[in-house]
Design a binder for this molecule. Structure first.
Ligand code: ATP
Ligand code: MG
Length: 140
């Protein structure tokens, strides 16, 4: 097992329903350590840049609108195989397909308002962490 870091975002549907602590409890119960965390309201330009990989997808404009509809909590998670472990505890993109006990099964409202983001590879995790955090803000 390699210790990794991954980027997590608690999305606006979850902050709106005051679920930050409950999401964090799921992450910590899965063995992930929150080594950086900040609450912010993304600008349109920031959301478009973060999700640039989805620019050509039909849901892109709605996704940007949703991600800028309220505050988010950006986090760095650390632990053994953190990238895959976080994807596991998040559950499937569509909450209808998410396994019991996962964050999306327990909290997501829809395929779009699905409560959390998680990096999908170690390379993307590195890019996404540096999008939000300076090295001095990550305390392992
Ligand atoms: P994330 O990247 O947020 O961790 P993911 O990797 O499970 O989620 P992606 O395929 O990368 O899913 O899609 C990014 C986000 O775009 C999803 O989390 C969801 O909010 C939104 N999304 C994905 N597919 C759809 C869809 N068919 N309709 C509406 N929104 C969607
Ligand atoms: Mg993704």
């Amino acid at each position: 097992m390699t210790t990794e870091r991954t980027l997590s975002i608690i999305k606006p549907d979850a902050t709106r329903r005051n679920l930050t602590g409950k999401v964090n409890a799921h992450l910590e119960a899965a063995g992930l350590r929150i080594v950086a965390q900040k609450r912010l309201w993304l600008s349109r330009a920031q959301a478009e840049a973060f999700y640039a990989v989805h620019r050509d997808r039909p849901f892109f404009n709605d996704l940007v609108k949703f991600m800028t509809s309220g505050p988010v909590v950006a986090q760095v998670l650390e632990g053994p195989n953190a990238v895959a472990k976080n994807r596991e505890v998040m559950g499937a993109t569509n909450p209808a397909n998410a396994a019991p006990g996962t964050i999306r099964k327990d909290f997501a409202e829809s395929i779009e308002a699905n409560s959390v983001h998680g990096s999908d590879s170690l390379d993307n995790a590195k890019d996404e962490i540096s999008f939000f955090f300076a090295r001095t803000e990550i305390v392992g």
